[in-house]
Design a protein around this ligand. Structure first.
Ligand SMILES: NC(=O)C1=CN([C@@H]2O[C@H](COP(=O)(O)OP(=O)(O)OC[C@H]3O[C@@H](n4cnc5c(N)ncnc54)[C@H](O)[C@@H]3O)[C@@H](O)[C@H]2O)C=CC1
Ligand SMILES: O=C([O-])CC(=O)C(=O)O
Length: 308
């Protein structure tokens, strides 16, 4: 199993590290445009192999896509991150050009690959990869919901005073400060609805904190987060590489599902060896449906800025 990670920055390196530590891939290639940067990150990570006990071979490449040839899975993290006070959508001007160029170079060398898009604004970048590569929809996956759900669980556990492993919950919708739809109605503590334990008001606070999870960290760090994003990507890569058939919320091209068309947005999907094996349509309440419609409107407004 060969995995390429484009972008050796904060998220790309974290993602490569988690993939290696989980020890399921034979090879990870990190590629970056900055001279020597990917090679340096790869060497540094390889020097953790004996310490962390993994056999994955990590190599770096300065913009040489021949090194990525025949990758089973490619992750796109190249592009600029936001700074405090910015929205993800403001990154489109620079990141669209980068993602377009990177995705076509990847496909030139790995025509059968599955692509995971991370660069922001992620839902729009995922849509752009569809338009650029024309790959079947099961092979293009946007990562956002897996991360947002991890943050939701963190906030739920905090509110409940419970261990995170006792808590379950999912966030669907657009990966944006306003567009996320945390499904509080379906969140549970060990199968019991969380509303049994905390007030509606506290749950609303959890929802609001979850939606601005990325912005909160950007305010604290001066740039956006990388550990949880890297871990979330590694979870998707592992589910595909190991044909786990697990459900994650991912951004995928909708063609009528959830009453939505011609956009990529976060919904639950089953991930396995073919990438997206199935879009899972869960029954939403009227309020949740309305939130999804509103979220889709936001994503479509950003998509309209693309030069396709
Ligand atoms: N979807 C999600 O949940 C998340 C998305 N992100 C996004 O991921 C992206 C990367 O974030 P960071 O790693 O923090 O940024 P970073 O600045 O640390 O790393 C980005 C890397 O991309 C490289 N790069 C730029 N243009 C390139 C090109 N044409 N080819 C190859 N490499 C190129 C840069 O040299 C840099 O090393 C950002 O757009 C950020 O908003 C970040 C966290 C979560
Ligand atoms: O907040 C950002 O800009 C980066 C990101 O998507 C996240 O951490 O959720």
């Amino acid at each position: 199993m060969k995995v390429t990670v484009v972008g050796a920055g904060a998220v790309g390196a974290s993602c490569a590290e988690y993939i290696a530590i989980k020890n399921f891939a034979s090879e990870v290639v990190i590629l970056d445009i900055k001279e020597g940067f990917a090679e340096g990150k790869a060497m540094d990570l390889m020097q953790t192999a004996s310490l962390n006990g993994f056999d994955t071979k990590i190599t770096g490449s300065t913009n040489d896509y021949s090194k990525t040839a025949n990758s089973d899975i490619c992750v796109i993290t190249s592009g600029i991150p936001r700074k405090p006070g910015m929205t993800r959508e403001e990154l489109i001007g620079i990141n669209a050009g980068i993602v377009k160029m990177v995705s076509s170079s990847l496909i030139d060398h790995s025509p059968n690959t599955i692509i995971i898009v991370v660069s922001n604004p992620m839902d729009t970048m995922t849509y752009l990869v569809h338009k650029t590569t024309g790959l079947p929809k099961n092979r293009i996956i946007g990562m956002g919901g897996a991360l947002d759900s991890a943050r939701f669980k963190y906030r739920l556990a905090e509110a409940l005073g419970a261990p995170i492993s006792d808590v379950d919950g999912m966030v669907i919708g657009g990966h944006s400060d306003k567009g996320m739809v945390p499904l509080t109605r379906l969140a549970t503590r060990n199968s019991v609805p969380v509303s049994e334990f905390i007030s509606e008001e506290r749950l609303q606070q959890v929802l609001e904190d979850t939606k601005v999870g990325g912005a909160t960290l950007t305010g604290l760090l001066g740039t956006s987060a990388w550990y949880a994003p890297g871990a979330a990507v590694s979870g998707l890569v592992q589910a595909i590489a190991c044909d786990q058939q697990k459900i994650f919320p991912c951004s995928t091209l909708l063609e009528g599902e959830y009453g939505l068309n011609d956009l990529c947005i976060g919904v639950p999907v089953v991930l396995g060896k073919n990438g997206i094996e199935k879009i899972v349509e869960i029954k939403l309440s009227d309020a949740e449906k309305a939130q999804m419609q509103e979220s889709a409107k936001g994503v479509k407004a950003t998509n309209a800025l693309l030069e396709l």
